[in-house]
Design a protein around this ligand. Sequence first.
Ligand code: NAD
Length: 367
Amino acid sequence: MEVKELSKTDLSSNPVIGQMMLNNHEQVVFCNDNLTGLKAIIAIHNTVLGPSLGGTRMWNYKNETEALNDVLRLSRGMTYKSSVAGLNLGGGKAVIIGDASKIKSEALLRRFGKFVNSLGGKYITAEDVAMSSRDMEIINMETDYVSGLPENMGGSGDPSPVTAYGVYVSMKASARETWGSDSLSGKKVLVQGIGHVGEVLVSHLTKDGAKVYINDINENKIKEVANKYKAEFIAADKMFDLDMDIYAPCALGATVNDETLSRLKCKIICGAANNQLADETIQGVEVGKKGILYAPDFVVNAGGIINVYYELEGYNRERALGHAEKIYDTTFNLFQMAKKDGIPTYLAANKLGEQRIEAIAKINAVM
Ligand code: NAD
């Protein structure tokens, strides 16, 4: 995908289109409504494969620059995620600027829905941070370009079981690459974050006979999951020193950083959280040097977007799970590509995403 190098001076005098040029973003829409207090940015990174799809995040950004940077970064990430997952979707994302607990209202969400609708389907929205399925129902009053609706509205409901299944098959592919067999029986796995995705992952691992360790900040959840699956709780200050085979980050991003990486003794990192590497250009390389196989997060956790994609096609959970199963082959193939090209796995994943977009762009050009 064509990118441009711009100097700091170029960027300070061209802070919007200049930023878009860095990663070749197609379109950015700024939305304002004084009546409802809505301030939002919709970023469409790439629509070669199909309409851009990505959630709407509500966040109290310090300023517009921070919001713009976030929406540009996140929308680009969606392009890669959908491309590698083999979906006919492009990458997009929206951010609403402000504290959700203070400014979110029906009127603000409906006004946002009208902006989404004005794009005529070029951007399809979904849930993200500080947005609920009820909020999606409200946005849906103004536009059909919404996905991830509750099942009782004909939507696909909670995507987490499909995401967890994708993480599980990815972990098996990583085990095959590391130990020559994809069996997880007897492997020591730490699942950090046992929420919607983490708990279902624990259930798959337990069925396979893995030794599961869990960590979370929610004490009730820890008790419940530990009892239900006979998983062992490990405290936060000890977990990165644990003698384990696989680390599965399923809570938040940036947990693989210089500090944790100096302590981690696992052979595989494979989990659901987005942006697991604090800086992919640093830890993405360091993991390899430490003999750890990193399964790139956006490949591993694509089950969520796969689930939403099948909602657009008339939802069927079996088809969504069947597609998520393909994450096994995608993960294994990208490890082979990384080895063949002598590049870190995170780079191989980006390359895989770009290759598909470039190939389809060529056939789109044929009349
Ligand atoms: P969730 O909110 O249901 O669960 C997150 C869990 O992490 C909660 O139990 C929470 O208590 C715990 N947690 C929060 N901070 C923690 C900390 N510092 N240490 C340990 N535990 C902590 O979220 P989820 O839907 O299960 O998603 C998990 C991760 O996967 C998120 O990063 C999410 O962005 C990503 N993801 C989820 C999906 C999906 O389908 N739900 C899809 C793609 C990516």
